[in-house]
Ligand binder design. Sequence first.
Ligand code: HAM
Length: 429
Amino acid sequence: MNNFKNLRGTVDLLPEELIKWQNVEELIRQQLLRASIKEIRTPIIEMTELFVRVIGEGTDVVNKEMYTFLDKGERSCTLRPEGTASVARAIINNRMSNKPFHKLWYMGPMFRYERPQTGRQRQFHQLGVEYIGYESSRSDVEIILLAWDILQKLGIKELNLEINTLGDASDRENYQKSFLKWLEKNSKELDLDSQKRVNKNPLRILDSKNIETQRLLEDAPKLFNFLSEKSVERYSSIKKELDFLKIPFKENFKLVRGLDYYSHTAFEITSGALGAQATVCGGGRYDNLINQIGGIQIPAIGFAIGMERLMILAGQDLENARNTDIFIVNRGDIAESFAMDLSRKLKNYDLVTELDLTGISFSKQFKKANKLRARVVIVIGDEEAMKKEFKIRLFSDNIEDNKEETISLDDNIKLRNWITKHLKTLKDI
Ligand code: HAM
């Protein structure tokens, strides 16, 4: 008996399901390649201190959600809850800040000890993009546009883009002073979670989902009124550019994000089709992060898309597997060896080949080929095996094409010519 179960909040992704994942990932990769963004792969395990410093001690991610443990050398290690911190560390460690500009992407598992529900897991996957060294407000627009276009390209409807500005560090410091004064007077009326945040991470209170707290916050000082002229200008030019590009957006002054490293632009893309966990993409600018962990001052902005949520949203057309192109029907000991050899040769072409070596009858194999809708059937029976040849036949609407041909097993040129001749038909069907 199997007493082992996967851990709560983790899932096995099975072959049928993975067809959609692979199709979605392929589309995303194409988009990233076309935008000249390069892949980076960092370890999924890092020193705990990295995340504590970068994400912030007062955040839920650091306080409640990290998978942290001591390794055999008594070092505190953490399974990455997100990718931005690791990319920032890699920039410093690999002296990548010697060159000023990097456009990077990553895709892989992240870990957060959260309460699992639809669209929320403890091991989940993110596609992240980070633009390192980019300062102008145009790069903010570029990154928002990239996220938006990836989601559009996947045919996702009902998308809402929300943006906000968090100003720079001194804007926030000025605001925090005034906000804390207001909190002093009103903290007793806040919900319990928000009360706990007053000393640890007051800005996150703005993000509270508690309706009473939200009502109360309407009278609180607004961060926007504490922004410097420069910060306001920056934010205005982003909004202007988004308007120009006809990207619909809403301003949400309460959008502060759950990670401490952001400054200026913060944004989220949600979808009405997702239910409670509506945010499919979150991102923003983090100009001080690299400096904060020992690197030079280097501006940066990025986003991450939750892949599980993306799979819920992506259309059914992405659930289709690539068709089988060729089925090799075979029977008998020698025929099986020839069939294996032939299928190996066929791997040199961009064709999906299937063969059955379990010794089932010819008719069962033909049925299988039919079910798979294989467009070419190759037959190697006893007779063919003796003559060291095989029969090949294409099934197409054009009767001329359907003619069966015999090819010698050693005649690679004839095989290549046959495939080249029929390749277009094969791809078009
Ligand atoms: P985040 O908002 O924490 O940002 O996560 C980004 C996205 O990951 C979320 O919008 C959501 O779709 C997905 N996600 C987060 N937690 C879970 C979970 N438990 N289960 C399933 N999906 C989840 C970041 O992680 C930042 N590093 C984004 C960023 C990159 N900012 C700048 N550069």
